[in-house]
Design a protein around this ligand. Structure first.
Ligand code: NCD
Length: 323
């Protein structure tokens, strides 16, 4: 039985699946960022196609809704010349375990090469990677509250482009950390890449119990937490994952934890503002900040394509012999 960590890597230490940031090392994350730089260059040319995955079939298996992630995975695959099948499979209480495996077996029978999986259950992508045929690569596009590794890498790419390096950087992640797979992946990636400090800023009800064990400092006051900060990552309130009232009201939340222009001036002058999307204007971020000069929110979306091209090409490399 493979462990979660080594399931992602083959015997030469190369990526064969991309399931979580946890368990990867700095050189591998840096390789993803450097590979993405070359794909970002291609994406800026008139002809955006590259024949690296010609003849390969990639299945986007989305058991949960998505706009940005699904669209950018699809564009990344087509820019690498792969054939792409995008499936939107609504989650139902019974579509777990064997029925998930049945879906996979049927798609495998169609001779596909890669699954890009989003699922509301933590561990779903690992489960598929453990059970899929050995030639198939699995990329986690978000599993429950666990991880969203390609989102974290496009965020790291955006940070590196804006700030050049991770050493010395102070990063604040603000909002619904409890339900956020993005925050979990970002915290791992920032610590592996050597950021100086990662702060989480949230009300107590929106923080997981074990959060300090991830190596972050915890703040419950936005103004205090934003001092000396270089990168601010705002998170959406994931109401679809809240099964009880964790907050008084949205307007109260905005007053305490929403990023307005006033609050933004507390951070370093050249701080960048990020958000994985979808944004809720007036709930966690004001429109003037989201659309303002310090926001890199749309650059994150653009960078998502190059980063996903990088990850897809790296997991397929062991089979295409292009090393
Ligand atoms: C995030 C997700 O789905 O985890 N969005 C994304 O992938 N761009 C965050 C969210 O839904 O708030």
């Amino acid at each position: 039985m493979h462990t979660i960590e080594n399931l992602q890597l083959n015997s030469q230490g190369k990526l064969q699946h991309f399931l979580s940031i946890e368990g990867l090392d700095k050189s591998l994350l840096t390789e993803i960022l450097d590979t993405a730089e070359s794909f970002a260059y291609i994406s800026e040319q008139q002809v955006k196609k590259f024949p690296l995955l010609r003849g390969k079939t990639i299945v986007n298996l989305f058991f949960e809704n998505s706009t940005r992630t699904r669209a950018t995975f699809e564009l990344a695959a087509t820019r690498l010349s792969a054939d792409v099948l995008s499936m939107n499979i609504a989650t139902s209480a019974t579509s777990k375990g064997e029925s998930l495996l049945d879906t996979i077996r049927n798609l495998e029978a169609m001779q596909v090469d890669m699954f890009v999986v989003r699922h509301s259950l933590s561990g779903a992508a690992h489960f598929i990677a453990q059970h899929a045929a050995p030639h198939i690569s699995v990329i986690n596009a978000g599993d429950g509250r666990h991880e969203h590794p390609t989102q974290a890498m496009l965020d790291m790419f955006t940070i590196r482009r804006a700030k050049q390096q991770f050493s010395g950087l102070r990063v604040a992640i603000v909002g619904d950390i409890l339900h956020s797979r993005v925050a979990r992946s970002q915290i791992h990636a920032l610590s592996i890449l050597g950021a100086e400090e990662v702060r989480v800023i949230a009300p107590k009800t929106l923080l997981p119990a074990e959060v300090e064990s991830l190596g972050v400092s915890v703040y419950h006051n936005l103004a205090a937490g934003l001092k000396n900060i270089d990168v601010i990552i705002m998170l959406r309130l994931q109401k679809e994952r809240m099964n009880s009232a964790l907050l008084p009201s949205e307007s109260e939340y905005f007053k305490c934890f929403g990023l307005s222009n006033d609050k933004l001036t507390i951070a370093n002058k050249d701080a960048i503002v990020m958000h994985p999307g979808p944004i809720n204007r007036g709930v966690e971020i004001s429109s003037s900040v989201a659309d303002g000069p310090q926001s890199v929110i749309l650059q994150q979306v653009t960078n998502g394509i190059a980063v996903r091209m990088a990850v897809m090409s790296m997991v397929m490399r062991r089979k295409t012999g292009t090393e």
